[in-house]
Design a protein around this ligand. Sequence first.
Ligand SMILES: NC(=O)c1ccc[n+]([C@@H]2O[C@H](COP(=O)([O-])OP(=O)(O)OC[C@H]3O[C@@H](n4cnc5c(N)ncnc54)[C@H](OP(=O)(O)O)[C@@H]3O)[C@@H](O)[C@H]2O)c1
Length: 390
Amino acid sequence: MSSRHPIIIVTGANGGVGYGICQRLLLNLCGDVPEDALPQPEATPGAYQPCDYIPWTKLTLIMACRSAQRAGEARNNLLQFLDEHIAERKRQNSPFSKEMDEFRKNLTIDILLLDLASSQSTLKFCREVSQRYPYISHAIYNAGYAPWNGIDWPLAIWAVLKSIKNAVTYPQYQRQLTGVLSKDQYGLTFQSNVLGHFFITRALKPLMDKSPWPTRVVWTSSLETTYALKYANWDDPQLITCIKPYSMCKFQTQLVAHYLDLESPRTRHFVTHPGVTSTGIFLDQLNIFTSFAMLLAFYIARLLGSVHHPISWINGAIAATHVSLVALPLLNVRKKLVVYGSRATLWGKAYVGGNEMDNYSQYADKAKNLVSYCDELYETQKRRFTEQRS
Ligand SMILES: NC(=O)c1ccc[n+]([C@@H]2O[C@H](COP(=O)([O-])OP(=O)(O)OC[C@H]3O[C@@H](n4cnc5c(N)ncnc54)[C@H](OP(=O)(O)O)[C@@H]3O)[C@@H](O)[C@H]2O)c1
C-alpha cells in the first residue's frame, strides 16, 4: 500500500505559477481538506467523488528546474510553507493532525535538473527519472519561456485607453523576438514550451504506463491563444519566422496535448492556463515603476469584472492542481478539448473555469502533422543521446 502514492513532476517549479502549483499540491495532499479536488461549478460540475490518492500519507514531488540553486531555495521555502501550514492547522485543532504529521514525515521533494531548451538535458532528465522512480502519476508541464522584446508603448497606451480590462487580459502590445534558436538549432520558444515537454511524454511513457492510476499530464496554455491564429504559418512548425511565437506555441500546445489525449489508451492529457498571474514572465520586462503600474492595472481589471486575473502565484496555480486532483470522471471526456483556466472573484478567491475548443476538428490534421514532426525530432535526438552514451 505504501508504495502506491502520487509521484508528481512539476516543470519550472522554482518560481511563479510552478511554485504555486507545488504549494497547492502540498496543501491538498497533506491530509487536510483537499479543496482543489472538489468539483468546480464552472469547470467540473457534479457530485464530489473522492480520488483514491486523496487523502494520502505520502508524496514524491519532483521539481524539474534548470537552476539547482533557484530550485534549492524554492524547496526550502516550500518545506517551511508546509510546516507553517501544519502548525497553524494544529493550533486550530484540526482533526487531521496525525495525517498531516505522517504526510510530512513521508514527503520527498527531489530536485532534478532540466533545461527544456536542450534535448540532451531533457533526455538526461528522463533517464534519471526512469532510474529513480517506479512510475509517474502526474506530469505538470508548467515551465515556459516567452521571447518578449519590449513593449510597443503607443499601442499599449492606446489599448489601455480603449479598455484597460482587455488591455491586460489579451495584450497584443508585447513585442516578441523572431528567429531565436536554441543550442540544438531549434526554434527556442517552440522547444522550451512544446517540444521539450513532448520529449518527456515520449521518453517517460513506460513509467506513465506503470502508474497505479491513469497518469495525468497537464499542459500549460495561455489566453494568448485567442489571437494566435492570425500569425499561424503551418509550414514553420518551429515558429522560427513567426512574429508572435509565444502566442502560437501555446496554440500548438493545445493541439499536441489533445492529439496525445486521443492517442493514449490510459494516460490522460489536459490543457490548463493560469489566467493572468504576476510572475517573472512579465516582470523581467519592466522596471520598478512599470511593474507597479502593471500590477495596479491587474487589480483594476479585476475590479472592472475580469475573472481572468488570479494575480498571485498560488491563485494562478488552481487550474493545474484541480485538474490533477479532481476525480477523473468529472473532467472532460476524451473527444472534447476543454481548456481549464484559473480565475478569481472580485475578492480574489481562486476558482476554475472551463472553455471547450469546439473547432478542434478544423485543426485535427495540423495536430497530427505537428505530433509526427515532434516524433521525428524525438527519434533523432534519442539516437544522438544513445550514441553519445555508448
Ligand atoms: N503568468 C501568466 O500570466 C501566464 C499567463 C499564461 C500562461 N502562462 C504560462 O504559465 C507557465 C508558468 O509561467 P510563469 O508565469 O510562472 O513564468 P515564470 O515566473 O517566468 O516561470 C517560468 C518557469 O519556467 C522555467 N523555465 C523557463 N525556461 C525553461 C527551460 N528552458 N527549461 C526549464 N525550465 C524553464 C523558469 O525557470 P527559471 O527560473 O530558471 O527561469 C521558471 O521556473 C508558463 O508556461 C507560461 O507560459 C503564464
